[in-house]
Design a protein around this ligand. Sequence first.
Ligand code: CA
Length: 296
Amino acid sequence: MSTSDAPRYPLILVPGLLGFISLLGYPYWYGIVSALRQLGANVFPVLVSSVHSTEVRGEQLLLRIAEVLQQTGAEKVHLIGHSQGALTARYAAALKPEWVASITSVAGPNHGSELADFLKRKAPHGSLRHRLLSALLRAVARVMAWLERGYKGPPLPMNVDAAQQSLTLEGVAAFNVQYPQGLPDTWGGEGAAEVNGVRYYSWSGTIQPSITNKGGNRFDGPNVACRLFARTFQRESGQCDGMVGRYSSHLGTVIGDQYPMDHFDIINQTFGLVGKGAEPVKLFIQHAQRLAAEGL
Ligand code: CA
């Protein structure tokens, strides 16, 4: 089944906040799983709690990894995480490095999301706004769980406050003290290429109005949302994808941090509607070939 272009270890894809595998057949990794499989890769999009702390999600991911190892007979897996999925993957690799060949962070808030901090300031704990936002998030997550068709396991717990805390600058800073593997030493720098036998990679995009707002994104709601969210950024103003800043995304070897893509374009959402000339699926294919070329 596999070809020389395909990685030898299975690829596990870990979604972010409000993540899913397949909503009534509609995939989170739009066109990405199929393209990777066409390359000959063994691909497993997995589900962890769509709204919860990175640690809780990470423990769930360890169970998924164990299942994939058992099912495939592979010695290790590659973990590719989008958004909070990157932090989740980092947690799993920190605890079980012997199970993990590589971690790849795709638009991961590895130093926190300024959007999470903005929401915390505007809707402080205990406020009416906080209660309304939490109720909305819980309702959306429940509907999504009801529509989920790709996940077969037991119901997954949900905790809005834990999820938010896991994404703020302060929350991620605390997480990073415990799980620093692959982080850069300096702001905007690259991290170690390999820690405890695990390779670390990252890529991310930024909103570039003349490119990201054109093409298919003219018809894409999430792009409008990302443009609005981008206004809440201060430290990385003008240098973010709407949810994660350019330098905040850095982990291990930085493959690229200025692809003209918003936070959802980078996983080819929605329905493949992305900015002019953006090629998110190609980045996944090239990365799979990169891992294969490394003998992984
Ligand atoms: Ca889009």
